[in-house]
Design a protein around this ligand. Structure first.
Ligand SMILES: NC(=O)c1ccc(NCc2cccc(O)c2)nc1
Length: 254
């Protein structure tokens, strides 16, 4: 069968610490999806492409200053090795604080490319000329500095993979996730019915699915209004949601 892709989602990771990726590849729904080959995660370590006896992977920055950069040669060789097996049309994404902020929409958009090559910087980063020539997009988890891009890469692998068809069983579902409809999640309850003298909201015990759906939507909107009103700005509200927001603003809803 020519051109039939086995895995739904393909990730190549360029990293000096490939073992770190086990945190996503060996556990949970992503780990299971990898076992079932709906996801593939391959790693390439620049150290394996170092040409000197000390297997050097860092180099000094022109212009001086503290810290080192990733040595260009080994990094470029590792990237080329990844590109040679990546699905055609894969995107090279560099993880850095200088990148575009990751959100659910960006994660969802990543599903539509054949593969992602995730470039994990260490030290102070990488040579700008490699970024110019090889990197398609720079992404960031947020405005903070990590010692390397690996944790950001793992966050991307997890958030993208769980959106792929067949990765979450019918028990879990990504559609109901908070941010999936770009609202914060509603409160959740499980056994016992009375816990620390607190009862589960009656509506959730009623078995009335329409009332439950409505209550959960009201709670999500209330929580979003209280904690992240900015999310409501950028969102198309349905007729029902707009009406609930009105009631919430008038303080009519508990
Ligand atoms: N916010 C993030 O997604 C993020 C990503 C990477 C990173 N560290 C590696 C690195 C890479 C490049 C420049 C640099 O200064 C540091 N830290 C935080």
């Amino acid at each position: 069968l020519i051109g039939i892709r086995i895995s739904e989602v393909w990730f190549g990771v360029i990293t000096l610490f490939p073992e770190m990726l086990k945190s996503v590849t060996d556990f949970g729904v992503v780990g299971k999806a990898i076992k079932q080959s709906s996801i593939e995660v391959c790693t390439w370590n620049p150290r394996d492409y170092a040409t000197d006896n000390y297997r050097t992977v860092d180099d000094r920055p022109y212009g001086g200053g503290p810290g080192m950069l990733m040595k260009v040669g080994p990094l470029e060789a590792a990237l080329n090795a990844a590109k040679s097996v990546a699905p055609a049309g894969s995107k090279v994404v560099y993880l850095s604080p200088q990148g575009r902020r990751l959100d659910q929409a960006l994660a969802r958009s990543a599903l539509s490319v054949p593969g992602l090559i995730l470039l994990c910087g260490r030290y102070e980063g990488i040579d700008e000329r490699l970024i110019e020539d090889e990197v398609d997009e720079e992404w960031s988890l947020g405005d903070f500095v990590l010692s390397g891009g690996e944790i950001a890469a793992m966050a991307i692998i997890d958030s993208v993979s769980r959106l792929a068809p067949g990765v979450l069983g019918h028990n879990e579902s990504a559609e109901q996730d908070s941010f999936e409809n770009s609202l914060l999640d509603c409160p959740h309850y499980t056994r016992p019915e009375i816990y620390r003298d607190k009862r589960v909201p009656e509506v959730l015990l009623s078995g009335n699915h329409e009332k439950i759906r409505r209550w959960r939507l009201e709670q999500s909107l209330l929580r979003t209004l209280q904690r992240r009103p900015d999310l409501l700005e950028q969102r198309e509200l349905s007729e029902e949601e707009a009406q609930i927001i009105q009631e919430l603003r008038r303080g009519q809803l508990i």
